[in-house]
Design a protein around this ligand. Sequence first.
Ligand code: ASP
Ligand code: MG
Length: 410
Amino acid sequence: MPLIVQKFGGTSVGSIERIKNVANKIKRAVEEGNKVVVVSSAMAGETDRLLTLTRELSSKPDPREQDMVVSTGEQVAIGLISIALKEMGIDAVSLTGWQVPIYTDDAHTKARIKKIDTGRILSELDKGRVVIVAGFQGISDYGDITTLGRGGSDTTAVALAAALNADVCEIYTDVTGVFTADPRIVENAKKIPVISYEEMMEMASLGSKVMQIRSVEFAAKYGVKIHVKSSFIEEDGTWIVEENEEMEKVVVRGISHDLKESRITVVQVPDKPGIAAKLFKALGDRNIVVDMIVQNVSHEGYTDISFTVNKIDAEYAEEIAKEVAKEIGAKGVERNDRIAKISVVGLGMKTHAGTAGKMFEVLYREGINIYAISTSEIKISCLIDEKYAELAVRALHEAFIENTENIVTG
Ligand code: ASP
Ligand code: MG
């Protein structure tokens, strides 16, 4: 008997009507002869509401207590789904993270799953029940409730699929799949039928946030097949699977954009050994993740160093950079929050040359200046002015995706 894990996001369970719709989907999967494990997020808006409550009492709530509060959203959702199923004559049981149990480390508010004990789930499945598990939560070695970071239900679902050796992990969401670009910006954006883990990770980390990035890393590590699809529209979505040779024929799979970064420049830094080390060590020591780094060619013994960080960290990073700037005798620090990172992603870049040149050419033709460039084996990113983000995405989509040159045949 095939075993499937179905995960429903917040909007999919956003109202009683929608919970009934979800129960119908689950019922159908049962009637088709599957064993079904369901993972649910909290009802839409609920996690935000709970977080706001904690913030009304404290600007920095104790992380353990915050987890105690925000983990409750999922508990409500799984109970309701189970009740809906029973009303339809389907036997079901809801389980919180600690009832499973899903063991995590004790990094409250951003815990990582260490181990899942599948005994209880398997015995419930054997009794012919649908098992509905609360996403986003687990239990630490101390017996405390932990949460996995925003969007963590995706990771719960993929981790369960891996632990149970499920045939597929279906992620139901409010979009019909992963697109070649944001459909709100690019009219001709197309749904991608199949994408590799690696490409999806780049797309996710670059801002196409269909799934929590950690869940895709997890899937890649354990080879969990994922099918992202809509809870509202009946059609095939996007499969996220292991890469194969066929997939390398497409040079560029998608164009993504990210408006969540800020650029910080340390101006007129004395160009001598150890300076970059000092700056980035200071940032690292305070847990600030740096994305792109650019150091200009030096002039008369001075150079500029620019880097990007998440906007949330920008103010803090600027402060740290100012401290270091003073220490090393740099002229000053500048910060720009109005930037965008635009990327082209595709497995085929591993074997086909010329993508970078074409990308720069397209941006140049549109009169868009590039502030910084970074690359990986399957991705090229350019930092540009925020106001040109949509123009850049449209132009690149036209050049790389709508244009059939992209498909290498033979
Ligand atoms: N409810 C949690 C959140 O809003 C987890 C999730 O949705 O996956 O982040
Ligand atoms: Mg989500």
